[in-house]
Ligand binder design. Structure first.
Ligand code: NDP
Ligand code: 8X3
Length: 283
């Protein structure tokens, strides 16, 4: 008698919290105080995961943790984190170790690491660029991933479907004017992800890059340093991606069967056919 074919669960079932492989698994999310990270906290909470949330704005993190608990998170804990500082990363990961590990056991319990913290600073040409913006972008988007991953890897179990998911960008694949340092930092993210996947081959730890195009979060407000009028411009007449779109993808990537690695996932709004080809409806 042939073995019965059992179709995979559709995402709606996985996302219901009833039978998610992520239930009671520890998920560490950097940059969880807004945008993709905050939405991811909610989405992983909704499938019953346990959350460790880091960012610099702890007041915002506390609100995100409360909302995630209400959504169904088994636990949700906020802690200050600046991924651009090695000491901060090490303090954060020591705290994460205490939360996830029984002191009497060496069992590694951190199943998912989402390196999401980052963003753009300014839209200056190279000729006009500022050192502090360039340094800030490389610190958070590229070096932050290296630091967090180095520190968190000893907490991650082998051969049970643990995942490291890095947030890249369409900008890491295609350059645009004024984006030199941001595009370069996100291109670094992609190469860090690829090198890490080679290094971890044989451990069973999956390594993915999720690379969104235009998405409406606080990204643009941060890029334009609080200038709300300028921050609105990229989204005018367009239907951009939302933070929830990305959060749903992150849960999907993390909940594939343990032998499946989603290497690179590029996602754009339908209105953005390419970095420079954006359809805008007139008002
Ligand atoms: P938001 O500005 O809404 O979120 C950025 C998050 O990163 C915040 O929680 C912020 O928290 C955190 N963060 C920034 N710097 C640091 C740091 N040094 N240490 C710790 N946390 C930090 O933007 P998004 O949600 O859009 O951005 C999330 C990621 O997605 C970024 O890596 C961004 O580059 C990327 N991305 C965004 C796209 C978009 O169009 N929105 C498209 C493609 C990729 P806090 O300030 O409290 O520290
Ligand atoms: C953000 C996407 O195109 O604004 O990473 O740089 S873009």
């Amino acid at each position: 008698m042939p073995e019965m074919f059992s179709p995979p669960l559709p995402f709606s079932v996985i996302g219901s919290g009833m039978s998610s492989p992520l239930k009671d698994k520890w998920v560490l999310i950097t940059g969880a105080s807004s945008g993709f990270g905050a939405a991811a906290a909610h989405a992983f909470g909704a499938v019953g995961a346990k959350l460790l949330l880091g960012a610099r704005r702890v007041d915002r993190l506390e609100q995100v943790a409360n909302a995630a608990r209400q959504a169904g998170a088994g636990e949700a804990h906020p802690h200050a984190l600046d991924v651009s500082r090695t000491a901060s990363v090490e303090t954060f990961v020591a705290w994460a170790r205490e939360k996830t590990q029984n002191p009497k056991s060496e069992i590694r319990n951190l199943h998912i690491l989402i390196n999401n913290a980052g963003g753009a600073l300014g839209l200056d040409t190279v000729a006009e660029g500022k050192d502090e913006d360039w340094e800030g972008m490389f610190q958070s988007n590229a070096l932050g991933i290296l630091r967090m991953t180095r520190a968190a890897l000893p907490l991650m179990p082998h051969d049970v479907g643990a995942s490291i998911i890095n947030i890249g960008s369409l900008a890491g694949r295609t350059a645009y004017e004024g984006g030199s340092a941001y595009c370069a930092a996100k291109a670094a993210e992609l190469q860090i992800t690829r090198a890490l996947r080679l290094e971890l081959c044989g451990t069973g730890i999956r390594v993915s890059s999720v690379d969104p195009g235009l998405a409406e979060t606080e990204f643009s407000l941060v890029r334009f340093k609080g200038d709300t009028e300028r921050a609105k411009k990229p989204y005018e007449g367009v239907k951009p991606l939302t933070a929830e779109d990305i959060a749903e993808i992150l849960v999907w990537v993390a909940s594939r069967p343990a032998h499946v690695n989603i290497d690179e996932l590029l996602v754009k709004p339908v209105d953005q056919a390419a970095i420079h080809k954006v359809f805008r409806r007139s008002a």
